[in-house]
Design a protein around this ligand. Structure first.
Ligand code: SAH
Length: 288
């Protein structure tokens, strides 16, 4: 099952409407919608900021999600991102995390000793591929989160310069932290609703819906792709595993051939589709 987290109703309505065989479960005040979307099992939920961590943790513990996609809108920091275009996180950080008073670097998350948390490269690649297919311009880089709607030029410039961030929002890094401690891959996809300057509130109000729908369309395309991929894989594995080798008197040889077939398939799949386990870096902080 894949978990999809969107911060606001507008970011989720479209996805919820397309879920099949839906079950709604209310946990800690959050409604989780589980069902099928393009054949993929998903749990969809709306949140705030601390809520996004609560939501991600619940998805991991109660729904056993194997990956989390955070979709939504953000303030653009990069001059290369226009309204409606999309920031994809290769890393997330928390711009309001600050224990510099006791000598830590700004942004350091004590306990895991990191400023930046890596998103999963395979999911990042899936997001980039989906955007290409839909003709949406994207920038991949750092997305900064904090408990603040940024609409101030100085604050914007500081976040951009200090963290080299492409976009700013309020949930992605909280979800990233939960995924990191649970060793779950994640990706954050944010369509630009405003430029995080003094004009941001007006722009946000006007473009929220359109930008949110863009991020949702991208998420759906990723799920479609992931599903097609796993269907092809499942078909081949069923074929190999379902063959009735055991009836043969040469069953040891058969086992050997089955082993060769399965491993050959894995190697073929890894080579052509790059679906090998991601190199999840648990220990080395990029910039702490
Ligand atoms: N009470 C409002 C709060 C919206 S906050 C509501 O519930 O609708 C803005 C949301 O959009 C957050 O979820 C955040 O992730 C994203 N966002 C868009 N532009 C942003 C900006 N300039 N700064 C921070 N977050 C932004």
């Amino acid at each position: 099952m894949i978990g999809i987290i969107g911060a606001m109703k507008v970011e989720l309505e479209a996805l919820k409407a397309r879920l099949q065989d839906v079950t709604v479960t209310r946990i800690s005040g959050v409604d989780f919608y589980s069902g099928k979307l393009h054949g993929t099992d998903v749990a969809v939920s709306g949140v705030g900021k601390v809520f996004s961590a609560v939501c991600a943790q619940t998805m991991v513990l109660k729904f056993g999600v194997k990956a989390i996609i955070n979709t939504g809108v953000a303030g653009g920091l990069s001059p290369n991102l226009k309204l409606g275009e999309v920031a994809i996180a290769s890393q997330v950080c928390q711009h309001d995390m600050d224990t510099s008073g006791v000598g830590d670097p700004k942004g350091l998350i004590s306990g895991i000793n990191k400023v930046f948390i890596d998103a999963d490269p395979l999911w990042v690649a899936k997001a980039e591929k989906a955007a290409q297919k839909l003709g949406i311009h994207t920038e991949t880089g750092v997305i900064a989160s904090g408990d603040q709607f940024v609409c101030d030029t100085d604050r914007k410039a500081w976040i951009r310069d200090f963290f080299r961030a492409e976009a700013v929002e309020m949930e992605g890094a909280a979800i990233g932290q939960v995924c990191f401690v649970n060793e779950i891959p994640f990706v954050v996809i944010r369509s630009i609703s405003d430029d995080a300057s003094g004009h941001a509130p007006v722009s946000y109000e006007s473009f929220l819906k359109e930008a949110a729908q863009r991020a949702v369309a991208l998420t759906e395309e990723m799920l479609k792709e992931a599903w097609e991929h796993s269907k092809a894989e499942g078909f081949f594995l069923e074929l190999v595993e379902g063959a009735n080798f055991a009836k043969s008197p040469f069953c040891i040889l058969d086992e050997f051939f089955r082993f060769l077939l399965l491993n050959g398939f894995q190697a073929f799949r890894n080579f052509f589709f790059k679906t090998e386990e991601s190199n999840w870096d648990k220990t080395s902080p990029k910039s702490t």
